[in-house]
Design a protein around this ligand. Sequence first.
Ligand code: NAD
Length: 327
Amino acid sequence: MFQTYFITGAQGCIGSWIVKALAERGDTPVVFDRSEDARRLNAIMEPGALERVRFIAGDITDVAAVRSALESSGARRVIHLAGLQVPACKADPVAGAFVNVIGTLNVFESAKAAGTERVVYASSAAVFGAADADTPVKETAATEPETHYGVFKRTNEGSARVYFLDHGLNSVGLRPLTVYGVNRDAGLTSDPTKAMKAAVLGVPFRIRFSGATDFQYVEDTAAAFIRCADQAPEGAHVFNLHGETVEVERIVKVVNQNAGRDLVTFGGPPIPIAPALDDAAIRHMIGDLPSTPLEVGVRETMRRFTELHEAGQLDTSDIDSEISATH
Ligand SMILES: NC(=O)c1ccc[n+]([C@@H]2O[C@H](COP(=O)([O-])OP(=O)(O)OC[C@H]3O[C@@H](n4cnc5c(N)ncnc54)[C@H](O)[C@@H]3O)[C@@H](O)[C@H]2O)c1
């Protein structure tokens, strides 16, 4: 039977792919976002599928707005993605806490009041500090975040647990690291995707970090959120997501190969987050998950960027400084 899903932050990258997948299978996604700019949805969805989407504009820090939007949506399943990324939280930790921590409490409060079946929320691998790439970290590993953002995400995992203990509210927190694909245009780890876009345009691009990272194709990330929203058992679960642990050097090589020339370089410190995540726990709970190989995900992303560019619809606002530096 078709379902209605209430998705916060769904005008963003991961949300747009969740909305696409749900609408294409016949469900009704309700987008709750402070932004009314649907350019990311337009970049990946057919007009027919877009017609299934409902939009409610609102701010996650406003509990009354979240509560009334969730109630009016009629959704029984909530996917919570709205949030500020690492650089924004670093620049203004107070604003970061309002959106990422209070905003998440507002979602749990609203879900409790609405009798929601389950909340699946975006935590992050940033709950872990730096670690080596040889030992994949499990959920049982100590969490010592090295960013305000990571601290906020870890707090949300604790809040989710307490909402289950106090009110029986079921939840799943998912911890992606470096998600890539069309629409990934913001945050510390968005550089590889920006590099793919720049390469399609023939513009040089330097990825500003080095070392290894856990690299996951956005369609796979979206599938994990949906699977958990549909079938996670009772409780307050937290799971790592894992794509492929790869050196930035290899990402650069694959992008340059697809571009047919060496436009992308890299440098800078490694990301201070464990680069190898063990995802055995989520696979054990909900079965196998899609796992797009790096070469396939990069090729598909660059193919879609090319298609959008040729149609005059490629949004380049995230790499405008690189574009203007070449002119
Ligand atoms: N992209 C990644 O690699 C990654 C990795 C780990 C965790 N996450 C988490 O996953 C979630 C989604 O990530 P994304 O890459 O899609 O982010 P994004 O920045 O592309 O999208 C975030 C969305 O949240 C909305 N938003 C921000 N503040 C809001 C507010 N006050 N009220 C309502 N909406 C608001 C924005 O308008 C935007 O549409 C975030 O919580 C992020 O922290 C992402």
